[in-house]
Design a protein around this ligand. Structure first.
Ligand code: HEM
Ligand code: HEM
Length: 234
């Protein structure tokens, strides 16, 4: 089967930023001690990722064919059939996301957003969300694990280096499934926005006050536990 263009540039750039930012945020939050000066950077990185996810969700309505949510909102039956077939080592191939990956992919967009919202609440001193915030991180980690296992299985099963598809946008598929353009202008705008937003968040991080000033809106978001010290930790 020939390799044809499936993923447009905004999707690939989004994937690159999401992977780097969320893996780093997860790594810091789970591996670094919470008294370390590095710890608040997990929140800073997640704040950089948040609007990129919102833009990807919008692209899921107006983007190219395989980027659109309707193209991978499979029925529960289709998901079940996919896994039954996969166990028999004879699942059908899909040009875009397959039914096994589709909901994992959607959750990998929604969970970081939920972490940002609950992280914001934590910074406001709402300790009730602490456990929820932590559980979200572990569920996200498990989903990423499942994502990587899925990619390895696909690579072995179909003898196709699927990971490369998120770099060059191409997958082995029927040429009729190809998208006509990788949407370079939308990709460039996305890239410029991501770099600008990242730089503004980084610049807006006031380490002394433990807050990030959000660009444009001018709101301060607390990214560490300063102010909790006098409350006794459980
Ligand atoms: C470094 C290891 C990773 C590799 C090699 C990789 C590879 C891929 C590939 C090949 C796809 C397309 C799957 C398909 O054809 O259906 C994909 C999609 C996706 N991956 Fe990853 N991934 C990695 C890490 C991550 C991480 C850490 C996250 C989450 C934080 C993530 C989130 C996603 C999302 C949300 C999509 C859907 C993209 C979209 O439709 O916009 N990936 N990944
Ligand atoms: C992908 C996004 C995020 C992940 C995976 C994540 C993960 C975590 C984890 C695992 C903890 C430790 C919880 C505990 O010790 O019980 C934590 C703590 C914390 N997070 Fe996040 N977080 C994310 C985003 C954010 C954001 C955006 C903010 C702020 C706006 C934030 C604010 C905090 C604060 C203030 C704490 C300290 C809570 C404490 O230990 O008392 N987080 N985070």
């Amino acid at each position: 089967m020939t390799r044809v263009l499936i993923w447009d540039l905004p999707v690939r750039l989004f994937h690159g930023f999401l992977t780097l930012l969320i893996l780093a945020a997860l790594g810091i939050s789970l591996l670094v001690h919470d008294s370390s000066p590095w710890y608040p950077y997990h929140s800073v990185l997640a704040l950089i990722a948040a609007p990129l996810i919102v833009l990807r969700i919008a692209w899921g309505f107006v983007g190219t064919r395989h980027a659109r949510f309707w193209s991978f909102l499979f029925s529960p039956k289709a998901v079940a059939m996919y896994f039954i077939d996969a166990l028999r080592w004879r699942e059908t191939r899909h040009a875009g996301h397959n039914p096994g990956a589709a909901y994992v992919v959607i959750l990998m967009m929604l969970l970081p957003l939920m972490s940002v919202l609950s992280g914001y609440q934590l910074g406001q001193g709402n300790k009730q969300v602490k456990e929820f915030h932590e559980i979200l991180a572990y569920v996200l980690l498990a989903l990423i694990g499942a994502h990587i296992v899925g990619i390895i299985l696909h690579t072995l099963r179909h003898k196709e280096l699927i990971a490369v598809s998120m770099l060059d946008g191409k997958k082995q598929a029927d040429p009729a499934q190809a998208i006509p353009s990788s949407r370079p202008i939308a990709g460039l705008l996305f890239l410029l926005f991501a770099l600008w937003w990242g730089a503004m968040i980084y610049r807006g991080y006031d380490t002394k006050r433990g807050v990030v000033r959000l660009p444009v809106v001018g709101m301060d978001v607390k990214v560490e536990e300063t102010g909790f010290e006098d409350e006794h930790e459980e």
